[in-house]
Design a protein around this ligand. Structure first.
Ligand SMILES: [Zn+2]
Length: 205
């Protein structure tokens, strides 16, 4: 692609780094930003800037938060003995939308994926195991997507906590194999949390 402007080229290159955005789409988006009032584009750049500068991870559940302890972790209405293990903030949002889960979350920050070079140490697994060992937790609910990476991650954690005195369950698979949680409709997802099954049973399916 030949650009008439270096500034334009730089902006397009940066935008095209985003997942699913090719050079052509990036050019279309950048030209759109140029066409709209400067003020409008300023809102976008400021929002992104603030996001990068001010965003935190909750020190208890590692969900994305504006404050040290997220709203869910600081709520007195939540049951801190039940922890739902999820991959990222999108899963927390999807499950919260169902209004069927009153426990807490633990956000791993991804799944074990040797292909992508993501090992257990790149995820919040040790902190989860420590949390369980601390003794307050009565149940872990695995709610990772039902992919090979999700299953591997579940099993890795399971091995480390299975001898501790807790219940380990997995959300029921009304969600078909390979589906990401965020794509499941609220009713299906809500039901699969309520009808969760012992994790050992999910292994045999
Ligand atoms: Zn939290």
């Amino acid at each position: 692609m030949d650009f008439s402007s270096k500034l334009l080229e730089n902006a397009v290159n940066e935008v095209s780094q985003l997942p699913g955005i090719g050079k052509r789409t990036a050019l279309r988006l950048v030209l759109h930003l140029l066409r709209q009032p400067k003020e409008q584009t300023g809102y976008l750049t400021r929002a992104l800037d603030n996001l990068v500068t001010d965003i935190k991870l909750c020190k208890n559940c590692y969900n994305i938060s504006d404050v040290e302890l997220c709203e869910i972790c600081s709520s007195h209405k939540r049951d801190e003995t039940t922890i739902c293990v999820v991959e990222d903030v999108r899963d927390v949002m999807a499950i919260e939308n169902t209004a069927q889960f009153q426990g807490m979350y633990h956000v791993l920050g991804g799944k074990i994926s040797p292909m992508e070079g993501i090992g257990p140490n790149n995820l919040q697994i040790e902190s989860l195991v420590d949390k369980v060992k601390a003794g307050k937790v009565k149940e872990l609910v695995f709610a990772l997507s039902s992919t090979m990476e999700g299953d591997t991650t579940n099993f890795y954690i399971y091995k480390q906590v299975k001898d501790l005195d807790i219940k380990i369950s997995a959300i029921a698979r009304g969600i078909s194999v390979g589906d990401e949680l965020e794509y499941a409709d609220e009713v299906t997802l809500g039901r699969s949390i309520l009808n969760r099954i012992p994790f050992e049973n999910s292994l045999r399916q």
